[in-house]
Every structure is written in C-alpha cells, then in structure tokens.
Design a protein around this ligand. Structure first.
Ligand code: AMP
Length: 302
C-alpha cells in the first residue's frame, strides 16, 4: 500500500479568463500527492529551494503524505508560469525556470525503497530511471508521465525507462508524437511495443481513455459550468487513479475502470478553483458523491 511519487514541486504563476495569481504552490508531485492522499499514504520525492516557506510546507501537513524525501537545496524553487484561454485544453507556457530542479538528483530515503506503487511524474527520463534503480524489488506497478520536451529531446533515455513502465499516462498530442501515429488506437499498439501494457490518454475536458490488451475504456470529464484553472488536472487525475489503485487489493479490469473514474473525479475538483485551493479542501464524502454522479452520467439502456 505504499505509493511513491517523484516529480516537480513548484511555484506557479497562473492566468485564466477568471483571474490571475502571481505565486501559488504547484508542481506535478504536489497535485499528485494531494489528490492521492485522499485514498492512501504517499511518499513524495522532490526538491525545493530556500524560498520554500513553512507555510508552503504546511500544505502537506495533516495528510497522509511523507515529505522526508523533499530535499531543500540552495537557490530558488522551480518556477512555472502559464496562461489559458477559454478553451481549457489550450495552454501557453510563459516561463519555465528550472532553478534547483536543474541539478536535482533524486535520493530515496531508506523507508521509500520498498515502494510497491510508483508514479514517475514528468521529469528527465534519466532521473525517472535513477528512481527505479533505487527501489529494492520490482514494484507491482510503475506508471509514468512525460512531455513533448523529453519525447523530442531525450528519445533514447525515454525508450529505456518505457521498457520498465507498466502504465503510460500522457495526453493525446504526446501520444501522437511518441508513436508517430495519428490514430490513437494505432498509436497505443505502437506504444505497447515499447514496454507499457496500458496507455492512459488524458484529453482534458474530453475525459480520458484507457487502452490495454482487453480493449478501450473511456471516462468523461465531469461537466462543470466553469473550469476556473486547468492547472494540475492531469496530475490530480494521476493521483486519483494511482491512489485508488494503491488502496485496492487487486488490479482487475473493474478496479482499473473505477480508478479511471476516481482520476477524473480528482481532476474535476482540481480545476474548480485556483491552484490547490479546491483540491486541498475536498472530503472523501464529496469524492464519493461525485463518483456516484459518474454512474448517472454514463448510464444508458439499449
Ligand atoms: P498539469 O496541468 O497536470 O499538466 O501540471 C501542471 C503542473 O506541472 C504545474 O503546477 C507546473 O508547476 C508543473 N510543470 C510545468 N512544466 C513542467 C516541467 N517542464 N517539468 C515539471 N513540472 C512542470
């Protein structure tokens, strides 16, 4: 039941049609761990700079998140800035300042080295590999996220880590880029030959697809009147998905399908307010109620 995540902990500056925020705690590992901690215990590995305050640290407190793997280095925390238009699927990255992330070499505390479930968030594939190498016995499940930057810039390194990946979770543009196939099902088949046996394609407001040897499962995004801030939706989806899986005894098709729904549920909470505001406050009761809504949302008779 131990879930490990390695990835960015960041300060984000965000601009959406509904407002603007100059500096808020973000990062893939942050969204992931907050979302997953509603389901299970999470061990977080990442790095922050000397501008990371007690107030920032407090975001992780009182939750099932162990941040003993959150290193503090001299310099500034990773900074990312993005702008969204009315289409939440379209975002413009304005600034990416790696700062302390540039020289980060993940070191797993001894107690993290027996992790059974691992999520390698979007970072340099060489670092993703070094995390796996520090784990003593092959985890039950390794899931990985990546982006166009690594698909184009470090294809060999990415291929190497994909061989050790069970579930690849990327968006549709990344799926097409990695496979050189436009059709997503053909793309999935191509990606299976690289290592993963399951591909999860995150499609923002169009939901997500899970493709494996058994076929395809589709989950919608929860219909919201206002997508306030799409930041972190993908990582919160991954957190809900992996958190639910890590808390389940089996990895049957039924469990995987439910994990997809919990992923979509957590993604939908993440986008309701700026940054982590909504996700931090969500209760298990609200999560369950929204999951039940998905049953209604997708039920029909023939
Ligand atoms: P998502 O919206 O789920 O794709 O992830 C948004 C989060 O990813 C933001 O909070 C950013 O801080 C973080 N992020 C953006 N670019 C990168 C990058 N190149 N490497 C790692 N994390 C990033």
């Amino acid at each position: 039941m131990s879930l490990l995540v390695v990835g960015s902990v960041a300060f984000d500056a965000l601009e959406t049609p509904y407002g603007k925020i100059e500096r808020t705690l973000g990062g893939a590992a942050t969204y992931f761990s907050i979302a997953a901690s509603s389901f299970t215990h999470v061990n977080l590995v990442g790095v922050v700079g000397d501008d990371f305050t007690e107030q920032d640290r407090a975001v992780f407190k009182g939750r099932r998140i162990d941040i003993s793997g959150l290193e503090r280095a001299e310099g500034k925390t990773f900074f990312w800035s993005g702008r969204y238009g009315l289409d939440p699927n379209e975002r413009v990255t304005l600034v990416t300042d790696l700062n302390v992330f540039a020289t980060f070499r993940p070191k797993l505390p001894e107690s993290f080295r027996n992790s059974r479930h691992v999520f390698l968030a979007n970072i340099d594939p060489t670092l993703q590999r070094s995390v796996l190498e520090q784990i003593k016995t092959r985890p039950k499940l390794v899931a990985l996220d990546t982006m166009n930057y690594w698909i184009e810039g470090a294809p060999k390194e990415l291929r190497a880590i994909l061989k050790a990946t069970d579930i690849l979770m990327i968006n549709d543009a990344e799926t097409r880029m990695l496979s050189s196939e436009h059709n997503l099902l053909r793309a999935a088949r191509h990606i299976f030959s690289m290592g993963p046996r399951t591909l999860i394609i995150k499609r923002g407001e169009h939901g997500a697809l899970m493709v494996d040897s058994r076929g395809v499962f589709a989950v919608p995004a929860f219909p919201l009147e206002q997508v306030f801030d799409p930041t972190g939706a993908g990582d919160s989806f991954a957190g809900g998905f992996m958190g639910y899986l890590a808390s389940s005894k089996s990895m049957s098709d039924a469990v995987l399908r439910r994990a997809m729904v919990y992923g979509s549920v957590m993604g939908s909470f993440a986008v309701e307010q700026f940054g982590l505001e909504r996700l931090r406050k969500v209760t298990r009761r609200e999560i369950n109620a929204r999951a039940r809504h998905f049953v209604k949302l997708t039920q029909f008779r023939l």
